[in-house]
Write a protein that binds this ligand. Structure first.
Ligand code: A5A
Ligand code: MG
Length: 468
C-alpha cells in the first residue's frame, strides 16, 4: 500500500463508494452515498466545535470582479485560479463575476457595513460552502480538486492585535480537537513568508504525513492583520471615540480532511474508519443455517435495537451471500466493529466481536454489560487507530544536520527537521538545493544549534518535505 498509495487511494474511493471521479469536468467529482455519510458526520463534528464560539452564515457564491480585485496581494495569489461567469443567458454581463476561490472578498465588504462600533466586535462567522480553484497542478480526488465541496472557512474581526493572536490560538485548539476526534496526527508549523496566504501577516498550517511519505496540508489559519481592513475600509469607533481599523483572521479546512481519514487509517484490506464518522459503527453479521434462521435474525434485531438506544449507528447485513463475503465487504468499508451471531452463539448467549483494526475476535456475553463492553471495544479501537497513526508520524520525522542527507531521508518516506537561521534567502536556497518544500517553522531552535546551510546561529527548527 505504501508503495502504491496513489493507486490504492484511487481504487478505494471507487470500491468503498466514496466518490466517483468520472464526472466530465476535471477536478470535480460526485460524493457517493457512503462517502456522503462520512462527509456528513465529519461536518457535524466541525460545526459542533465551531458553534461553541462562532456563528454560521452563508454568503453568495459569486464575487464581483471589482471586489475580488481590490486587495492587490490577495488577487495576485489567486488570479490564475479563478473561474469567471461572464454571461447571463444571451447577455454579456456588465461586470464579470468570480466563482469564489475563497470568500474574503465576498465577506469583507459586508463586514465594513456591519461593523460600526467596538460593541460590534468581535465578529466570528464561518460558512461551509463549495469553492472553486482552477488548479493547474495535477488534480487528485479530495486532495487537489477544482471544486472544493466542504470548504469550512471562518472569518473573524477584532478590536486589537492581541485578540486576533488569541483567535489564532483558538483556531489551533479547535483544529486539534477536531483532528484528534478523527485520530489524525498533525504537525503544526508557521509557514515561511513565501508560502504565507496571499494578504496575510502569517499563516499557521496543519500537515499530516500520508503513507507514501508526502505531506498533506490539511488546514490553515491566517492572521490577516489590518491588510484587508484597510483595503475594504473596515473601521470601528473605539471606546476612546477614535476610528480604528479592525484586526482580522481567517481559517480553512477542505475535503482533504476526508482524504486524510482514508489515507492515514486505511490498510491493504480497505478503510479503517474512526467511529465518529463511520456510517455504521457496528455491523451485525448473522450466521445462518437452514435450521434456526428466525431465532438468529430475531436476536440480531434485538441487538441492533439495544445498541441503537445507546446512540450507536448499527446495521445488519442480511444479504443472501456467504458470511465470508460480508466480512470482506465491511472490512473494505471500514466498519469499526463487527458482531457475529450464529446458532451456537445464540445457545451460549454470546456474540463474537471483531475489531476492524487488528481483526481480533472476542466473545461478548449478551447480558446487561453488553453495551458497556461494546463501547469499551469501540473506544479502544479509536485510541489504537490514533496511537498507531501518531507512531507512524513520529517514526517518520527525522532530524539531520547535514544538508546532503535531506534528499535520501525524504525519498525514504520521511519528513526532515533541520536547523535554520531564519533568513528568507537562505530558506529558499535550501529549497532549491534540495528540491523539496519547507513546510514551516516547527519551534525555536535549541541553544547553540547552527543553520544547516550557513553554519550561523540557528533560530528555528524547521520542517522540509515532499508535499501534495
Ligand atoms: N480563506 C483561507 C482560510 C484560505 O482560503 N486558506 S487556504 O487557501 O489555505 O485554503 C484552506 C485549506 O484548503 C488549505 O489549507 C488546504 O488544506 C485546502 N485546499 C486548498 N486548495 C485546495 C484544493 N484545490 N483542493 C483541496 N483542498 C484544498
Ligand atoms: Mg493553491
Amino acid at each position: 500500500m505504501v508503495e502504491n498509495f496513489s493507486e490504492w487511494f484511487h481504487d478505494i474511493l471507487e470500491e468503498a463508494n466514496i466518490t466517483d471521479s468520472r464526472y466530465p469536468i476535471k477536478g470535480m467529482a460526485i460524493w457517493m452515498p457512503y462517502g456522503f455519510k462520512i462527509r456528513k458526520y465529519m461536518l457535524e463534528r466541525i460545526k459542533e466545535l465551531l458553534d461553541k464560539d462562532h456563528e454560521e452564515v452563508l454568503f453568495p457564491l459569486l464575487v464581483p470582479e471589482a471586489e475580488l480585485a481590490k486587495e492587490g496581494e490577495h488577487v495576485k495569489g489567486f488570479e490564475d485560479e479563478v473561474y469567471w461567469v461572464t454571461r447571463g443567458g444571451r447577455n454579456d454581463l456588465n461586470e464579470k463575476l468570480a466563482l469564489r476561490p475563497t470568500s474574503e472578498t465576498a465577506i469583507y465588504p459586508m463586514y465594513a457595513l456591519w461593523i460600526r462600533s467596538h460593541i460590534d466586535l468581535p465578529i466570528k462567522y464561518y460558512q461551509i460552502v463549495n469553492t472553486f480553484r482552477y488548479e493547474t497542478k495535477h488534480t487528485r480526488p479530495l486532495i487537489r480538486v477544482r471544486e472544493i465541496t466542504t470548504f469550512k472557512e471562518a472569518h473573524t474581526a477584532h478590536a486589537t492585535k492581541e485578540e486576533s493572536d488569541e483567535q489564532i490560538n483558538d483556531f489551533i485548539n479547535i483544529y486539534k480537537e477536531f483532528l484528534d476526534s478523527l485520530g489524525i496526527p498533525y504537525m503544526i508549523s508557521k509557514r515561511p513568508s513565501w508560502d504565507t496566504f496571499p494578504g496575510a501577516d502569517y499563516t499557521m498550517a496543519f500537515d499530516a504525513i500520508m503513507p507514501d511519505g508526502k505531506t498533506l496540508q490539511i488546514g490553515t489559519i491566517h492572521n490577516l492583520g489590518q491588510t484587508f481592513a484597510k483595503t475594504f475600509d473596515i473601521k470601528f469607533e473605539d471606546k476612546d471615540g477614535e476610528h480604528k481599523y479592525v484586526y482580522q483572521t481567517c481559517a480553512g479546512l477542505s475535503d482533504r480532511v476526508v482524504a486524510s481519514i482514508i489515507g492515514i487509517h486505511g490498510d491493504e484490506k480497505g478503510l479503517r474508519l474512526p467511529s465518529l464518522v463511520s456510517p455504521n459503527q457496528i455491523t451485525i453479521i448473522p450466521i445462518l443455517f437452514k435450521k434456526g434462521k428466525e431465532e438468529v435474525m430475531n436476536k440480531c434485531a434485538e441487538l441492533k435495537e439495544t445498541l441503537e438506544k445507546e446512540g450507536l449507528r448499527v446495521n445488519i447485513d442480511d444479504r443472501d451471500i456467504r458470511p465470508g463475503k460480508k466480512f470482506y465487504d465491511w472490512e473494505l468499508k471500514g466498519t469499526p466493529l463487527k458482531l457475529e451471531i450464529g446458532p451456537r452463539d445464540l445457545k451460549n448467549n454470546v456474540t463474537i466481536a471483531m475489531r476492524r483494526d487488528d481483526g481480533e475476535k472476542v466473545e461478548i456475553p449478551l447480558d446487561d454489560d453488553l453495551t458497556d463492553n461494546v463501547f469499551k471495544l469501540l473506544n479502544a479501537y479509536d485510541e489504537d487507530l490514533s496511537d498507531s497513526a501518531w507512531s507512524f508520524q513520529s517514526e517518520h520525522v527525522k532530524f539531520t544536520d547535514n544538508i546532503d542527507e535531506i534528499a535520501d531521508l525524504i525519498e525514504d518516506g520521511n519528513v526532515v527537521s533541520f536547523n535554520w537561521c531564519g533568513d528568507d534567502a537562505v530558506g529558499k536556497e535550501i529549497e532549491e538545493k534540495t528540491g523539496y518544500d519547507i513546510l514551516g517553522i516547527y519551534r525555536d531552535a535549541d541553544e547553540g544549534s547552527k543553520c544547516i546551510l550557513t553554519g550561523n546561529d540557528a533560530k528555528y527548527l524547521t520542517l522540509i518535505a515532499k508535499t501534495y
